[in-house]
Design a protein around this ligand. Structure first.
Ligand code: ADP
Ligand code: ADP
Ligand code: MG
Length: 538
C-alpha cells in the first residue's frame, strides 16, 4: 500500500483506468461519481519550499484547497469530518498538520492562480490594500523587494498583469500565517521579476514558514524549491501526487516520464528541451530587411535598430516588461504606426497578441474553420499542431467558456493555421503547463521549417526561448521610459547579453540538457560571470 490513507475508495471500480492497484488506498478526494479524483497529497514542511510540477487539470489546486481547509476531503467515501481525515493520515507526516488545521492553529494564505480576477473581488488603492494585509509589519520591505513603489497610489483596476501578480504576491507575503501557497507566481512576470519573486519566496521559507508552490517555468521552479512532488494522471479524470523528490531528480524524472522510486511510467515518451536541428539562419534566403523603427508614446520611447530576417528561422524576443517588445511586434504586424521609419513590405503577417480578447460567439471549430477549414483536415497539421495542442477536444466548446490555458492554445492555433510569410506570437506560454509549452515550441519550429516561413516569438520562459529560437532580438533600456531593440544576433551572444543585464547565470543539466539557474554567488555563478559566459556552458 501507499501508506498514506487507509480508506478504500468505494467508487473505484467504476471509472479509473490504467491505475496501479495500490492506489485504491491513497484516495483523498473525489468531486462526485465519475468526477475528478485526487490521490495522495504533497508534504507541508516548516522552513521549506515544496514545489509542485504537473499538467493542468491534475488536482494541484484541489490539493491546496484540502491543505488550506477549504475542502474537507471525503476520502472518496461519504466522509465529511476532519477527525476521519486525521485518522486516515495516522502515521503520516500530514497527521499532525491536519490536527492543527482542525484546531484552527494553522492559518493558510493562498496567492491564487488567476490574478486577472482579483480586481473583480477587491477594490481600492494598492497602498490601502497592502497596508490592510500587513500583519507582519513588513510593508516597506516587501514593497521594495517586489518593486511596487510606483504603483502604490494606483487603483487596483489599472494595473498590468505583471503588476497585479506582484501585488497579489505581496499581499500574501504580508499576512502572518503558517502555510503559504503560491499558485503560478511567475505568470506575466519577466525573468528578472521571476527571480526576485523566487528569492522572496525562498526567504519566507528561510524564516521558518511552510511554503507550497505550483510553477510551470522549470528554471524558476528549480531555483526556488527545496523538494518537489510530481503530479501525474489523466487531466480532468484523476491526479496522483508522487513521493517528495529532490528538486533536480524530480524535474528530470518528470521530463523522462518515469518515476524511479515508484517505478511508474506515466508518459510513454520523454519530454526533451534540446533542439534536434540547429539552423544556420544566415546561410538561408532573406525574407526581409526591416528598417530602424521608432515609437514615441510621450512617456515611453522605443528605438528598434533595423535587421534582417531569414526564411525558415525562429527568432526569440527577450527583455524586461515595459521595454517595448509588444510595441515592436505591433509595428511589424501593422497594428501600430511607427513615429519614425516605415513598415512598407508586402509580406503577409499573422499575429497572436499578448492579451487575448474574446469577441467571437461561436465554437472553437467554427472559429478555426473560418480561418482555414482545410488545415483542420490536413494530416501534417493534425500531427504537428492540432493533436499535440489538444485542440480537437475543444472543438465543440464556445470561446467564452474556455479556461485561460485553453484560450491560449486556441489563439496560437488560429495564428499558425493562417497562411502568412511572417508569424508573430506575443508570450505564447502564458497559462500553459510544461508539456503544452513544449508542444507549442515544437509545433512552431516544425511549421516554420516545413513551410519555409519565419516566426518572431516574445517569451520569458528561458527553457522555451532556448528550445525555440535560432537567433534572438534582445531589448535593453529602462522599463516604462525607454527601450532599445538590438538587431537579431546568435543564441550564445544574445543569451549572454540578455542574462548579463539580468545578472544571472545558467548551466546545463548534464542528463537532460535543460538550463538550470546557478544560485547567486555560488562558485559556478562567480566563475561564469568572470568569463562572461552567462549561458551555454556544458
Ligand atoms: P490543477 O490545479 O492541477 O489544474 P484542479 O485541482 O484545479 O487542477 O482541477 C482538477 C480537476 O478537478 C479538473 O478537471 C476540474 O475540472 C475538476 N474540479 C475542480 N473543482 C471541481 C468541483 N468543485 N467540482 C467538480 N470538479 C471539479
Ligand atoms: P513590453 O511588451 O516589453 O512589456 P510594451 O510594448 O507593452 O512593453 O510597453 C512599453 C511601454 O509603452 C510601457 O511603459 C507601456 O505602458 C507603454 N505603452 C504601450 N502602449 C501604449 C500606448 N498605446 N500609449 C501610451 N503608452 C503605451
Ligand atoms: Mg508585452
Amino acid at each position: 500500500g501507499c501508506g498514506i490513507c487507509v480508506h478504500k475508495c468505494p467508487f473505484n471500480a467504476i471509472t479509473i483506468v490504467n491505475l496501479p492497484e495500490e492506489l485504491e488506498e491513497g484516495c483523498v478526494h473525489r468531486y462526485g461519481v465519475n468526477a475528478f479524483v485526487l490521490y495522495r497529497l504533497p508534504v507541508v514542511k516548516d522552513g521549506m519550499v515544496v514545489g509542485i510540477l504537473g499538467p493542468n487539470g491534475t488536482g494541484k489546486t484541489t490539493a491546496v484547497k484540502v491543505l488550506s481547509g477549504q475542502i474537507v476531503p471525503n476520502l472518496c467515501g461519504y466522509n465529511d469530518s476532519w477527525d476521519a481525515v486525521i485518522k486516515a493520515f495516522r502515521g503520516n507526516e500530514l497527521q499532525n498538520y491536519f490536527e492543527r488545521l482542525k484546531k484552527g492553529e494553522i492559518r493558510p494564505v493562498v496567492k491564487p492562480q488567476y490574478v486577472d480576477l482579483i480586481p473583480k473581488a477587491v477594490k481600492g488603492r494598492v497602498r490601502d490594500l497592502l497596508k490592510k494585509a500587513d500583519e507582519a509589519g513588513r510593508f516597506e520591505e516587501v514593497v521594495k523587494e517586489l518593486e511596487l513603489e510606483n504603483v502604490l497610489d494606483r487603483d487596483i483596476r489599472h494595473l498590468s498583469g505583471g503588476e497585479l501578480q506582484r501585488v497579489a504576491i505581496a499581499a500574501a507575503m504580508l499576512r502572518d500565517a503558517h502555510f503559504y501557497f503560491f499558485d503560478e507566481p511567475s505568470s506575466y512576470l519577466d525573468i528578472r521579476q521571476r527571480l526576485r519573486v523566487a528569492r522572496i519566496i525562498r526567504k519566507l521559507a528561510d524564516s521558518g514558514k511552510a511554503v507550497l508552490t505550483v510553477e510551470h517555468d522549470l528554471a524558476i521552479l528549480d531555483y526556488m524549491s527545496d523538494i518537489i512532488h510530481v503530479v501525474y494522471g489523466k487531466p480532468g479524470a484523476y491526479g496522483i501526487f508522487s513521493q517528495p523528490k529532490s528538486t533536480r531528480n524530480g524535474i528530470n524524472e518528470f521530463l523522462r516520464g518515469y518515476l524511479r522510486d515508484e517505478n511508474v511510467r506515466f508518459r510513454p515518451y520523454e519530454v526533451s528541451f534540446t533542439k534536434k536541428s540547429e539552423r544556420k539562419s544566415q546561410d538561408g534566403e532573406i525574407l526581409v530587411e526591416y528598417p530602424r523603427l521608432v515609437k514615441d508614446y510621450g512617456g515611453f520611447r522605443l528605438e528598434a535598430e533595423g535587421g534582417t530576417l531569414y526564411v525558415g528561422e525562429v527568432i526569440g524576443i527577450v527583455g524586461p516588461n515595459g521595454i517595448g517588445k509588444t510595441t515592436f511586434v505591433k509595428m511589424l504586424a501593422g497594428v501600430e504606426k511607427p513615429t519614425e521609419g516605415e513598415v512598407d513590405w508586402t509580406l503577409t503577417v499573422s499575429y497572436k497578441p499578448q492579451y487575448i480578447k474574446v469577441d467571437y460567439e461561436g465554437t472553437v471549430f467554427e472559429l478555426l474553420s473560418k480561418i482555414d477549414a482545410g488545415k483542420l483536415m490536413n494530416s501534417f497539421y493534425k500531427t504537428e499542431l492540432l493533436n499535440p495542442l489538444g485542440i480537437p477536444d475543444l472543438y465543440d466548446k464556445k470561446l467564452d467558456e474556455l479556461s485561460g490555458g485553453e484560450l491560449q492554445r486556441v489563439a496560437i492555433t488560429a495564428c499558425l493555421i493562417r497562411d502568412a510569410d511572417l508569424y508573430l506570437l506575443d508570450e505564447p506560454s502564458a497559462h500553459l503547463d510544461v508539456e503544452q509549452r513544449l508542444a507549442v515550441s515544437k509545433a512552431i519550429r516544425s511549421l516554420m521549417a516545413k513551410n519555409e516561413k519565419t516566426a518572431l516569438i516574445v517569451e520569458h520562459d528561458v527553457m522555451m526561448v532556448d528550445y525555440l529560437s535560432d537567433r534572438l532580438i534582445v531589448f535593453e533600456g529602462e522599463p516604462g521610459r525607454s527601450g532599445k531593440a538590438l538587431p537579431p544576433m546568435g543564441m550564445r551572444e544574445g543569451m549572454n547579453r540578455f542574462l548579463a543585464s539580468v545578472g544571472i547565470t545558467f548551466r546545463r543539466d548534464p542528463e537532460t540538457g535543460r538550463p538550470r539557474a546557478n544560485k547567486e554567488g555560488s562558485v559556478k555563478d562567480r566563475e561564469q560571470k568572470e568569463r562572461g559566459e552567462y549561458y551555454y556552458v556544458s
